[in-house]
Design a protein around this ligand. Structure first.
Ligand SMILES: [Zn+2]
Length: 682
């Protein structure tokens, strides 16, 4: 096909935007997303891929009234794409406002080797012979000449919702300061390189965790709530145009394994955003099924976290498996059949009665339902593949797990973890250690994602002590990864966040002892709980938490405690003291039964009892929210110094892939060493 004239391009783009009842077929959506298609401008290029990385091409075409689209062809750089075009109409389910005769044309799993910008286009033909064209651009990011060897392993530590304030708070709690100098830095503070990361998603300056994670492991922006896919116009949550993940790419091309570790339910956005392709981050049954069904494509070898409710057959106590959030690809409809054929993806099945734990076990995964079982799974030779599900939904947070352990050691029961029914849950660093001991047996190396999930969840709840301790728990996992990288030398570690949460601000240290704070709470109100607590800068001093042998503060209700305010908060009552229980987690299947039903459902009810100091919020509802603020990323190991400057979250993908595929382009540290120095005895 000859090159389209610029005139045609502009006209096509404008028609695409207008999408009104014109007397001509119009392309209303072209995928991959392109600013050239959206506005006619060639910059910025939105979609970028590695050489050979797979992605889908798709167009939504609206025909004239009474007409239908009879054929469609895709072109890249003027060459017809050599793969079947699946053509379906919207009679069988599209989003509101898209008419039944609208056509969706898709080519699955294409890739390009040649670096640089490419133009792609669609030419669609209506039954009466009228044609419509539209075009966009994309970029293939080349690998560059390496200065160091390839890294064998990649560890991505993702502190969900962890902005600069969350990091600083954890540092103050962990080590404290002596005359302004840090006594014991966080592990992540010792990483030699740090960048500032821009976090916007495809459709919003404020991202949620799905596109926040997938940007790092696909190189592309996704819409909020979407994972590993570009947006489309169908209502099927699993049929969207796909983007190949880092795990899939490195498994397909290099045989690397994948590990996923989280303190959340494993179906949650961040863990799923490493291996699962869906436009609905809430589609639990289908998401966990895809983890298993596509394990030969992703190399999934370790999966640790909560979320047992999705693995138990429907009808089993605690199970929430349902057909309504499962997936099955039609073998007769080319639109989904081509996903199976071209991607090699599993067809799926509506199988709410499936015993997915049994399925994992039959496939050779050692199953650990408790911390004790997890430790046993790494004894001796240890498991080759590992599934650990330590709670029905999200695991309990560090503060409550530690409280349960300290209680159990003293013979005390009835703590939060007992109420949840899972008294023997591992900490994140213990999960990280188990994952690494399993994955290190992989001869070709691995990609491991470790998420500290409740830094975000507890910041949403404005539960200061709970997110501070979860950040500490996360940093202890960072230390495990760092030690592994020091020992092995061929492992690149990054620690970052998907976005900031709650607009947390460290507003200083309390002017009161904890005893005086309790008395102020009895006197109630702003005059006592704000004006007597928050002072001038000098009064803040240096809050001094004492760390117990288990690595966590002996007490969080200390004298002259750290004070945290929120800038993206809902209304809440503040008494500055640690909440005895977390908020009720509505994702728990048994949240409406005793004892969980007695847990406070929202911050306003939780804190109402004390103080009557109401802090009014900027956002409606009951929860603090994510912010659009840049977040820090720190890197350790070979190639670490490639992670500097102000970068886009999608840039991270290309830096990681470069190090794994072609070799590092920067030293490990400022001395110029290609590998991190092994730790000296401390
Ligand atoms: Zn969040």
């Amino acid at each position: 096909m000859k090159k389209l004239s610029p005139m045609l391009v502009t006209a096509g783009a404008l028609m695409g935007l207008a999408a009104t009842a014109q007397a001509a077929p119009t392309v209303t959506r072209l995928t991959p997303p392109s600013e050239m298609f959206a506005s006619g401008r060639p910059d910025p290029v939105i979609a970028r891929f590695l050489p050979g990385q797979r992605f889908d091409l798709q167009a939504t075409i609206k025909p004239d009234a009474g007409q239908r689209i009879s054929a469609a062809r895709f072109f890249i750089d003027g060459q017809a794409v050599d793969a079947a075009v699946a053509l379906r109409d919207c009679a069988s389910g599209c989003v509101k406002g898209v008419s039944a005769e609208t056509a969706i044309a898709t080519v699955r799993a294409v890739s390009l080797e040649k670096a640089g910008r490419h133009e792609f286009s669609i030419e669609a033909t209506q039954a009466d012979g009228q044609k419509v064209t539209a075009r966009g651009n994309l970029e293939v990011v080349p690998f560059t000449a390496a200065m160091g060897p390839k890294v064998k392993n990649i560890i991505i530590l993702l502190g969900d919702g962890m902005g600069a304030a969350q990091r600083t708070a954890a540092r103050i709690v962990k080590g404290g300061y002596a005359q302004g100098k840090v006594i014991a830095p966080l592990a992540m503070d010792t990483f030699p390189a740090t960048a500032l990361v821009k976090t916007a998603s495809l459709n919003s300056v404020v991202t949620d965790s799905s596109p926040g994670m997938t940007a790092y492991v696909s190189g592309n922006k996704n819409n909020n709530n979407e994972e590993g896919v570009f947006p489309d116009d169908t209502v099927d949550a699993f049929d969207n145009p796909r983007i190949e993940y880092l795990s899939e790419y490195l498994h397909r091309t290099q045989g690397k394994a994948l590990g996923i570790v989280t303190t959340a339910d494993v179906f949650d956005a961040t863990p799923a955003g490493n291996a699962v392709h869906t436009s609905n981050r809430g589609a639990g049954t289908g998401i966990v099924d895809q983890f298993f069904d596509d394990r030969s494509r992703t190399g999934l070898t370790v999966l640790l976290g909560g979320g047992r409710k999705w693995f138990l057959p429907a009808g089993t106590p605690g199970s929430e498996r349902a057909e309504g959030n499962d997936y099955a690809f039609s073998a007769t409809d080319p639109h989904t059949a081509e996903i199976v054929k071209r991607w090699g993806a599993a067809p799926g099945a509506k199988d709410k009665d499936r015993d997915l734990i049994q399925a994992f076990q039959s496939a050779g995964y050692r199953y650990a339902p408790t911390r004790t079982a997890l430790q046993a799974a790494t004894d001796g030779a240890g498991a080759d593949k590992l599934l650990g599900l330590f709670a029905f939904s999200n695991m309990n947070v560090a503060l409550d797990k530690i409280d349960g352990r300290r209680g159990a050691a003293k013979g005390i029961t009835g703590t939060v973890v007992d109420d949840y029914g899972f008294p023997d849950q591992p900490m994140l660093d213990e999960m990280a250690r188990a994952a690494l001991s399993t994955l290190k047996k992989q001869p070709k190396g691995f990609v491991l994602m470790i998420e500290g999930a409740s830094i975000d969840k507890q910041a949403h709840n404005m539960d200061t002590e709970r997110w501070m301790l979860d950040t500490l728990e996360f940093d202890r996992a960072v230390q495990v990864a760092q030690e592994f990288a020091r020992e092995n030398g061929d492992t690149l570690v990054i620690v970052t966040a998907d976005h900031e949460c709650s607009g947390a601000a460290l507003i200083g240290g309390s002017m009161l002892t904890d005893q005086a704070l309790q008395e102020a709470a009895q006197k109630k109100g702003v005059a006592h709980l704000r004006d007597k607590v928050v002072g001038v800068y000098e009064k803040a001093g240096f809050p001094r938490y004492r760390i117990a042998a288990d690595g966590y503060p002996e007490a969080t209700d200390i004298d002259y405690r750290l004070l945290v305010g929120y800038g993206a908060n809902a209304d809440r009552y503040e008494d500055w003291r640690t909440n005895t229980t977390p908020l009720r987690d509505s994702q728990q299947p048994l949240a409406k039964s005793e004892p969980l039903k007695w847990y406070p459902p929202v911050p306003m009810e939780r804190d109402d009892a004390f103080g009557e100091y109401l802090v009014t919020g900027q956002v409606p509802g009951e929860s603090a929210v994510h912010t659009a603020t840049d977040i820090p990323l720190s890197a350790f190991g070979p190639g670490a110094l490639a992670f500097t400057g102000v970068i886009d979250n999608t840039d991270v993908f290309f830096k990681l892939a470069q190090a794994a595929v072609k070799g590092t382009t920067a030293p490990a540290d400022a001395t110029g060493a290609k590998r991190p120095a092994k730790a000296t005895a401390r």
